[in-house]
Design a protein around this ligand. Structure first.
Ligand code: ADP
Ligand code: MG
Length: 249
């Protein structure tokens, strides 16, 4: 359903993405793990056109877009069909929870305010925050704010949801509510690409796991295989560090 081919990206002389290919089927959850600085965020940002890739293509359903010299209309098409959830939630602090969700619907989707309100209330029910609809983000916990950010992305009905370390900025006790919500979305067969360091979560929730290093995918496979029994040295080493972290401290 989504075919990402040969994504290349340089920042000046720094070649950050060296040809990334990824196929994601409808309803599939793919987690990306790997050391920091290997281009995981840049990869998601290229899919969402927050960065212009130098090369590569993205096919979703029947339409294929070449990223080199991409046309504005194609960029807008990609943005409309992908929605990103960031590590820092980037909510509008001067808008209520309800308005944080409706703004994308009225501005991007051109819905009427009434339609947008109905949709947003449905989403708030789904993410368990209906009672917070008139609150401002600053009165919510980080976990609740991230759930609103996920709700805002969901409301846009994207073909794929992109998560960039969605729990990395959260206090440890707030991580689970966000992971549970994402797990719930996986059960509803939302198509998702998730960059995360939560390896148990990645193992349990994803269909496939990719290990990225040095701007390439160095291993990809069934989530349990890659996490429990990686074949390549780099993921072996990295995953061992993550697995032993708790024991070491
Ligand atoms: P990861 O998410 O895996 O930690 P990033 O995609 O954030 O990695 O970054 C990969 C590399 O690209 C890093 O060396 C980073 O410094 C560089 N980089 C990312 N964004 C920019 C940018 N806007 N301008 C210049 N260099 C960047
Ligand atoms: Mg990153």
């Amino acid at each position: 359903m989504i075919e990402i081919k040969n994504i290349h990206k340089k920042f000046g002389k720094n070649e950050v993405l060296k040809g990334i290919d990824l196929d994601v089927k409808k309803g599939e959850v793919i987690s990306i793990i790997g050391p920091s600085g290997t281009g995981k965020s840049t990869f998601l940002r290229c899919i969402n056109c927050l960065e212009d890739a130098d090369n590569g293509s993205i096919k979703m359903d029947e339409k294929e877009v070449e990223l080199r010299h991409i046309k504005l209309a194609d960029k807008l098409w990609l943005r409309r069909n992908t929605a990103m959830v960031f590590q820092g939630f980037y909510l509008f602090n001067n808008k209520t929870v309800l308005r944080n969700i409706t703004i994308g619907l009225t501005v991007v989707k051109k819905m009427s305010q009434k339609e947008a309100d109905e949709k947003a209330l449905e989403i708030l029910k789904q993410i368990g925050l209906l009672d917070k609809k008139d609150e401002y983000p600053s009165s919510l916990s980080g976990g609740q704010q991230q759930r609103v950010a996920i709700g805002r992305a969901l409301a846009l009905d994207p073909k794929v949801l992109l998560f960039d370390e969605p729990t990395s900025a959260l206090d440890p006790e707030l991580v689970n509510e966000v992971l549970m919500l994402i797990k719930d979305l996986a059960k509803q067969h939302k198509t998702m690409i998730i960059v995360t360091h939560e390896i148990s979560f990645a193992r349990n929730v994803s269909d496939k796991v990719c290990f990225m290093d040095g701007g390439k995918i160095v291993e990809m496979g069934n989530a349990k295989d890659v996490i429990d029994n990686p074949q390549n040295e780099r993921p072996k080493k990295f995953l061992n560090v993550l697995k032993n972290r708790d024991e070491l401290i």
